[in-house]
Each structure stands twice: as C-alpha cells, then as structure tokens.
Design a protein around this ligand. Structure first.
Ligand SMILES: [Ca+2]
Ligand SMILES: [Ca+2]
Ligand SMILES: [Ca+2]
Ligand SMILES: [Ca+2]
Length: 592
C-alpha cells in the first residue's frame, strides 16, 4: 500500500490522539527503539469518523516465521581479505510480511569507515540500499581489514529507528605478491649536474584476492650501486600502510646506468621489482637533435590550412631521453603558422605547421626548432665528460633561419638571440653544456651551462602543375610547338635528362605520380630505360624540380625498311586533381 510521508505523518498524529483519548477499538503501539520487536495493530475508529492506519516496521532478515529481527543475513561468516559476502536485509510489517513500499536503509561497518572494506551494489560503492518488496542486498568486501567486523543497517522513519547487524570474521591474507605500483621519475640526472636526482618508488603488498596487506615490514635494495647510487637515508625499509603500500626513495649517482629497485617482504621473502630507472645527463645534445616532417612537399602553393606535422627527437649524450616535459620551441618566420612549442615525452614531440599567407616568392619556408641543450664533443678518453683529452669542433653560433638558402646567416634573417644582446653571436670557442665536475673533477666548465641547439627544416609549398624546365643530352633536341624531336638510330641508344617542376621552381606535391612510356606500336623496335614510374615522396625537396634520366634504344635487327616515328609520353597525376600529359616525337631512321 502506497502511503506518502505526509499521509503517514497525519495518520500517526491521528492515532496518537486516539490513544490519548482512549477511544477506538485498538491501541496502536509504536516501536521507538532500535529493536523492532513490537507488534503494532490497526488504529481504531475516531469519533469524527474515517479509518487511519499506522504501519509498524521491523528490520532483520527473512519473512514470516523465518524472520529474524535485528540480524542481517550473510552468505559467508568468514572471509579472506579481498573476497566478498552478499549481505541481505528484510523490512517487514508487524505480521512479518514483506512491505511493498521502498525504504532506504543506511549500511556501514567499522572497516568501511576506516577504508579497509567496502560495501557495494552493482559494482559501485554505496552507503545506502533501497528495498524492493521489503528486500535489499549488497556486497561486503574487506580490503585490508583483519579480525571481526560488524556490518550495521539502519532504517529511520518518522516514527521508528530500526537497526540490524551481522559480524563477519576476516582472516589474515597470505602475501601473494609485492607489486610495483609507481615511480615518480623513471629518468634521473647524474648526481651534481643540477637535474632531478631522486625518485620515489612505491610498491604494494597484496594477498590472494589482490587485497592490500597492511602493517608488514618490507626491505628495499638496488640492482646496482654504481657511481654511488643509493636509497635515501631512512628509506631502506618500510611498513605497508592502510593501502598496503610502502615507499622508498632512490638517489642517483655519478655514473650513467640503468637500475631497478627491489622490495622484499621480510616475513615471506617474496620480492617485487620496479621498472627501469635510467641515470643519465638528461641534457639534449646538439648532434642528437633531429627534425622531420610527414607530408612534404605540401600542396600549399595556393591553398591555406594545408597541415604539415613537424616531429623532433632529442637525446642526451648517452642516447637517453631528456626529462618528459622538456620544451622544444618552433618558429616559422617566413610564412604559415606553427605551434610555438611542444613538450618532449620519451624524447619526442610534434607540432603542426599550417599554410597561410603571406607566401614567399620562392614558396620555400624555413622553419626552426630549438631547445636548451649542450654542444657535442668527441669523448676521446671515454670518461663521459668534456675534458682536456677530448676534441670539440661543433662550436655553435646563435641559431638562425636561412631564408635565402645560401648556407649562411644574412642580415635580416631570423635568429634566436640566446644572450639577448641584440646581435647574432658566433660560437664562443668553448664547450657549452652542464658542468660535470661533480661527476669527474677533470671536466672543463668554462663555457655556458646551456645553449640553444637547433635544427632547420624547409617546407616547400608546391602546386599541382608541371612544366618542362630543360632537356639535355638527347641528340639535337628541337623544341617546337611544345614537342621535341629525338633522333634515335636503329641499333643505337640515345640518353638524356628531362627536367620538370611545378611551374614555380619547386618539386611536385607529395603523392604526385609519374609514368613514362613509349607507345605500344613502337615497343618492338624501341626500348625505354630509366625510372619509368614513381611517386613523389618526402625525399624530393630540392629546388629545381625533378630530373628524369632516360635512354631510348633502337632494335638491333629492325624489321622495318623505312624511317618511322614514335612517341615518348609522360603522364603526371596530382593528388586530388587532374592528370597532365606530355608527348615527344621520336624519329628512328633506317641506317643507310
Ligand atoms: Ca672525456
Ligand atoms: Ca660554444
Ligand atoms: Ca642566408
Ligand atoms: Ca646574441
């Protein structure tokens, strides 16, 4: 029977009035305690007429004669940490019949309160369950709780406060594994060069059900102590916390190496191992900074928004990654738009360049990537630091964009003013990089602790067009009306180079295909040699277009008796565009 809260409140008030007056046939009883043992009855008939009903509820488990008040039912009374029991409760009326009205019942336990157990329903943690036809169930899972835990259910209505409980014994779980959880830094800098030198390593003690095991002693060790690698004072042992976790701190040494941290559970001698920790300089070096692109040449001559991904890879002198988050900056001073920076993850990151106006006359855009780093040196004596025994030739000037591609800096070209003195400085004749005297006293530290290392890239804004630029080598090339006569004698070969570009001095866009052929009727008397078909790829960026070296060879035993004429044909297919065709007449006379 559905009764709203307001109606129930009115019914209660009416019944109380009746009881006070001693009127009516029955005396309703109200259970006001946690115990739900009352046997309420139907209220009497008031003097003003009308029948009111007060429902008295009980909380426990079961129904009818099987109802037990004040107790919850559980599928298991003994649990291992991490395993679950299903707990059920029933809300019944004074006749121990299930009530159809839904009630919200609060559920809790000591271990749930301290986070060492959870109560869940349909996979989610809950603190309340709702009855359906008087029944509610939920799961109880200890997660580190050991000993006895009492699970309470509480139902509060306008007139009653009911509770029920059950006690479950949680057995101490057996340690099954020492799990590696996390490491704050998987790469540390060499001790004494001013980088990140410590990392926090977290392990977790778990039992058979993957539940945490709390309050256990763990001892840590290192796979190597080379170069003075150590555990921070006071962190060589630990006790697992309420989540089963235990933490140590590793400190780098002065030798570049890779290590692991081990954690051993003292009582069982079960061991866990961390992932690799790399100890390196973490400072990107000039000769290990690399830049590349994906879609090049770009079909961006007259199209805005053509995207080119620019990718950089940086490594330190040992080939290890700089720390994640190290910034690489980008500029595209001639044209287009480029993301200003990206952050290295595992030594690499990417930005996007977009074509946009203005466009330089040569449609070739210089782009610069630069970052803080060190100059390269040849470690002649192999002691991992730059010292008097080593050679150093790559003295770096402030980076610039060679807009006119003449291989040198010209006034007006963009440069990175590293020292902000308003001039483009040349190299300082010193090795610039992190001072490594803490690693080796022989290290020379008279240069800057870092400089900008840089890489330049050229983006070519090509167009979907083809023009013949030059024909060389073939006998007597005679341009006429867009075609050229080539004289090829029988049993003789003619070689030459035909050069084409995008009609703007640049190569065709990436993805453009080309095909050279001689018409089929001629193939028995004439052969074509050379790169006869292909696709323009990232490799074709040189200024001036594409050179095609071809050879036309006459048949050694011609079956014909008079001069013939054939055709050399080139088909150029642009991505998402139409084809262009070029033809040249070929004359191959009979030898006199
Ligand atoms: Ca050296
Ligand atoms: Ca220098
Ligand atoms: Ca220049
Ligand atoms: Ca400067």
């Amino acid at each position: 029977m559905e009764t709203s809260g307001l109606l129930k409140a009115i019914a209660v008030a009416a019944s109380l009035a009746l009881a006070a007056c001693g009127g009516g046939g029955g005396s309703p009883k109200f259970n006001t305690g946690g115990d739900s043992g009352g046997t309420g009855s139907t209220g009497g008939t008031g003097g003003t007429g009308g029948t009111v009903t007060v429902q008295v509820l009980k909380l426990g488990n079961g129904t009818g004669s099987g109802f037990t008040s004040g107790a919850l039912a559980t599928t298991k009374s003994v649990l291992q940490s991490g395993s679950s029991a299903t707990i059920s409760l029933n809300v019944v009326d004074e006749n121990n019949a299930a009530v159809s009205e839904a009630y919200s019942v609060s559920v809790n336990s000591n271990c749930v309160g301290t986070g060492l157990a959870k109560i869940s329903k349909n996979g989610g943690d809950v603190s309340q369950v709702t009855t359906s036809n008087g029944l509610a169930t939920f799961s109880y899972t200890p997660q580190g709780c050991v000993g006895t835990d009492t699970i309470n259910a509480t139902l509060v209505t306008e007139t009653q406060s009911l509770s029920a409980e059950v006690t479950i014994t949680v057995e101490q779980d057996q340690v099954l594994a020492v799990e590696f959880v996390s490491i704050s830094k998987n790469q540390l800098s060499l001790r004494g060069i001013g980088g990140q030198e410590t990392a926090e390593v977290v392990f977790k003690l778990v039992g058979a059900q993957s539940a945490p095991i709390i309050g256990e002693d763990v001892t840590f060790s290192l796979s190597t102590t080379e170069g003075g690698i150590s555990l921070a004072p006071g962190t060589s042992t630990g006790v697992t916390d309420s989540e089963g976790k235990v933490t140590t701190v590793v400190q780098s040494g002065t030798t570049a190496t890779t290590l692991k941290v081990y954690a051993v559970h003292d009582a069982s001698q079960i061991q866990g191992s961390s992932s690799d920790i790399v100890i390196s300089t973490g400072v990107a070096v000039d000769n290990r900074f690399s830049i590349s692109y994906d879609t090049q040449p770009a079909n961006a001559y007259n199209t805005d928004g053509i995207a080119v991904s620019i990718n950089v890879i940086a490594a330190d002198q040992f080939g290890n990654s700089p720390p994640d988050g190290t910034q690489v900056r980008f500029v595209s001073p001639e044209a287009g738009k480029v993301d200003d920076a990206c952050s290295l993850i595992d030594g690499r990151c990417s930005v996007q360049w977009l074509s946009a106006s203005p466009r330089p006359a040569d449609m070739r855009v210089g782009l610069l990537a630069y970052m803080r780093g060190a100059e390269s040196f040849t470690d002649v004596n192999g002691n991992a630091v730059y010292d008097g025994a080593d050679t150093f030739t790559e003295d770096r000037a402030e980076p610039y964009v060679d807009a006119n591609e003449n291989g040198m800096y010209d006034l007006g070209e963009f440069y990175v003013d590293t020292n902000q003195d308003g001039d483009r400085d040349l190299g300082n004749n010193k090795w610039d990089g992190p001072c490594m005297q803490g690693v080796n006293a022989a290290a020379i530290c008279d240069g800057e602790s870092s400089i900008f290392i840089a890489r330049q890239l050229r983006i070519v804004m090509s167009r979907n067009d083809a023009c013949v630029v030059a024909i060389t080598g073939f006998p007597a090339p005679k341009p006429a009306g867009g075609s050229i006569d080539l004289t090829v004698a029988a049993d003789a070969a003619a070689s030459g180079v035909i050069t084409l570009d995008d009609c703007n001095g640049n190569p065709w866009p990436k993805g453009t295909t080309f095909k050279w052929e001689v018409n089929e009727a001629d193939t028995n008397i004439l052969a074509l040699y050379g790169l006869k078909a292909g696709t323009i790829s990232n490799a074709n960026l040189d200024n001036g277009g594409h050179d095609f070296a071809l050879q036309l060879a006459g048949n050694a035993s011609p079956s014909y008796t008079s001069s013939k004429q054939g055709t050399l044909k080139l088909t150029v297919s642009f991505p998402n565009s139409t084809n262009l065709e070029f033809e040249w007449r070929i004359i191959y006379p009979v030898e006199p």
